[in-house]
Design a protein around this ligand. Structure first.
Ligand code: ATP
Ligand code: MG
Ligand code: FE
Length: 344
């Protein structure tokens, strides 16, 4: 099936088109530069930017793919979770297209889409797959028997998301927003064992009680204190070493728990998705540890890890292929849609 996907949950207006498991086009307009000076995404600014970017991005996607709207078999859209006003622009646009073209509409979960996008990169997802979703707002370990309707949560962050930790630590280090890519870059010149930062929920009773959960707020505080102590002593802050040591702590915890979850649930396939999956150290360490544990690892190319429309189209196409019923035309934008609800 030829499926169009619209994504507007945060600051990226994404329009993707897939044919079955083949990606035809992934058009993106980002308002990230408008938010950078505020140090975070401003919801009203994001909604307005989606409104302005939607039609031009849609036109660019269809033109580049050489697809006519009439040829589409279905329209898919992110119905949640995300910023309410931002989601509404995408949902309204998708409804308008579905009604005007007389095509089925699928309202899908943004987080399941971060997992499903890997299908256009590496082919069908093994069932079950263990998915680790690490993004700006979420960090979860998911058991995924079927990405179109059965996603189970094994654990998630009890405080900050992994991407949020990257963004906050970047701010402490004076790096621009969003901080993840800047930490990644700075860390390349640094020593990852320079500073021994804490690995949250990995030992003792914390680990027993939160086996597959994460906690990154203690790590963020530890980095902040370390930097402040340096500054108070009038000593220069070794930004590259702090970035590398922080990144090592996050990556160590994530990959350790992901491999453990695969082992304990008898799953041989690990998929990593979400913006933090673009991180070069996470990708390298995950590959090493999966190789050692006999686990097959799938991570999409960095451009498909961060938000985009292709991920929504990819999940929409799976819904069609698996014969799932379309969503109702009255489908709402659900800003707090749970990770276990794939479709609304
Ligand atoms: P969610 O998917 O939870 O709704 P989101 O859509 O805002 O959140 P994504 O676009 O999936 O998040 O990911 C953005 C996050 O990924 C940001 O926190 C950003 O700093 C982080 N990120 C992007 N690239 C990298 C990188 N190379 N290393 C680490 N973090 C990164
Ligand atoms: Mg973004
Ligand atoms: Fe996302």
């Amino acid at each position: 099936p030829l499926v169009l996907g619209l994504e507007t949950s945060c600051d990226e207006t994404g329009v993707g088109i897939v044919r079955g498991e083949e990606l035809l086009v992934d058009a993106i307009a980002s308002s990230v530069d408008e938010h950078a000076r505020f140090g975070g995404v401003v919801p009203e600014v994001a909604s307005r930017a989606h409104l302005e970017a939607m039609v031009p991005t849609l036109e660019r996607a269809t033109r580049e793919a050489g697809v006519r709207l009439d040829d589409l078999d279905a329209i898919a859209v992110t119905s949640g979770p995300g910023l309410a006003g931002a989601l509404m622009v995408g949902v309204a646009a998708a409804k308008a297209l579905a009604v005007a073209l007389g095509k089925p509409l699928y309202g899908v979960n943004h987080l399941a889409s971060h997992v499903a996008v890997d299908i256009v990169e590496h082919g069908p997802l093994p069932e079950p797959t263990l998915a680790m979703l690490v993004s700006g707002g979420h960090s979860s370990l998911l058991l995924v028997p079927d990405v179109t309707h059965d996603v189970r949560s094994l654990g998630s962050t009890i405080d900050d998301a992994a991407g949020e930790a990257f963004d906050k630590v970047a701010r402490v280090l004076g790096l621009p927003f969003p901080g993840g890519p800047h930490i990644d870059r700075a860390a390349r010149e640094g020593d990852r064992v320079a500073i021994d930062f804490p690995r949250g929920l990995t030992a003792g009773r914390d680990m027993d009680r939160h086996r597959f959960d994460f906690s990154f707020s203690g790590l963020k505080t530890a980095v902040s204190r370390w930097v402040q102590a340096r500054e108070a002593a009038g000593e220069p802050v070794p930004v590259a070493d702090v970035a590398a040591s922080f990144q090592e702590a996050v990556t160590d915890v994530l990959t350790r728990k992901a491999v453990l979850a695969c082992r304990e649930h008898g799953v041989e396939n690990l998929q990593i998705g979400g913006g933090v999956a673009a991180n070069s150290r996470l990708r390298a360490m995950a590959q090493e540890r999966c190789d050692a544990a006999g686990i097959k690892l799938r991570v999409p190319r960095p451009g498909l890890c961060t938000d985009n429309g292709a991920m929504v189209a990819a999940l929409g196409a799976q819904m069609v292929l698996k014969g799932r019923a379309p969503s109702d035309l009255s489908l709402p934008a659900d800003s707090s849609m749970p990770v276990t609800l794939v479709q609304s």
